[in-house]
Design a protein around this ligand. Structure first.
Ligand code: PLP
Length: 200
């Protein structure tokens, strides 16, 4: 959360980084600024349709806020984004009519997470905690001494499974021998990957 001051002259809480908001594991409950009246009246809820509706390539998000705040937001939006193409807006509106996809998203991904974590449990990959995401980070230091990027190249070319080095997200290349797998995959793809990873 950060605070900004709008043209109406008062502070607004702005919710950021909630693209994964509907992935809530282990019986935790999704919380939104919109659920709390005192907060909702001074909050912009900003999110993406990408992760919730499996359309990451569409690059479409949304902002929800009380009318007075949206009037200010639209002044910026008009000269920044202008609009999202019409067919995609209709497609999302059509899909949103059924709440089942977003209400079932946590179970959908928790099954994949649990399958993937169980498959790696008896390997030398050390599992880091995994909540509210479809990425599983693992410590690779018990496997070899390779830096993260080299480990990922080796894993991709020699083992046949792709991972992302966390060092890529640091400006200074900070390396702690931790890499990230994406488990937003079909069950058969995960099982095939696990067979290869278990053989290491
Ligand atoms: C935290 C976070 N926010 C936003 C995005 C991107 O959202 P969009 O596809 O709407 O650009 C991503 C992933 O790509 C993400 O991990």
């Amino acid at each position: 959360m950060i605070n900004v001051y709008n043209e109406l002259g008062y502070s607004c809480s702005v919710t950021l980084r909630i693209a994964y908001e509907h992935m809530v594991f282990d019986d935790q409950v999704h919380q939104s600024a919109a659920r709390f009246p005192g907060l909702a009246e001074r909050a912009f809820v900003i999110s993406s349709f990408g992760k919730t509706y499996h359309v990451t390539g569409w690059k479409v998000g949304y902002v929800a806020a009380p009318a007075a705040l949206m009037a200010e937001f639209r002044k910026v939006h008009q000269f920044n984004v202008f609009t999202v193409n019409t067919p995609v807006q209709y497609a999302l509106a059509h899909y949103m009519a059924d709440p089942a996809p977003y209400l079932g998203l946590s179970d959908f991904y928790q099954q994949k997470r649990d399958l993937f974590r169980a498959g790696l449990a008896n390997t030398r990959f050390k599992l880091l905690p995994c909540e509210g995401t479809y990425f599983q980070s693992v410590d690779t230091s018990a496997i070899n001494d390779l830096p993260e990027a080299d480990f990922c190249k080796w894993l991709t070319s020699e083992v046949g499974v792709a991972a992302i080095p966390l060092s890529a997200f640091y400006g200074n290349g900070f390396d702690q021998q931790v890499v990230r797998f994406c488990f937003a995959k079909k069950t058969e793809t995960l099982e095939l990957a696990l067979q290869k990873l278990q053989a290491i």
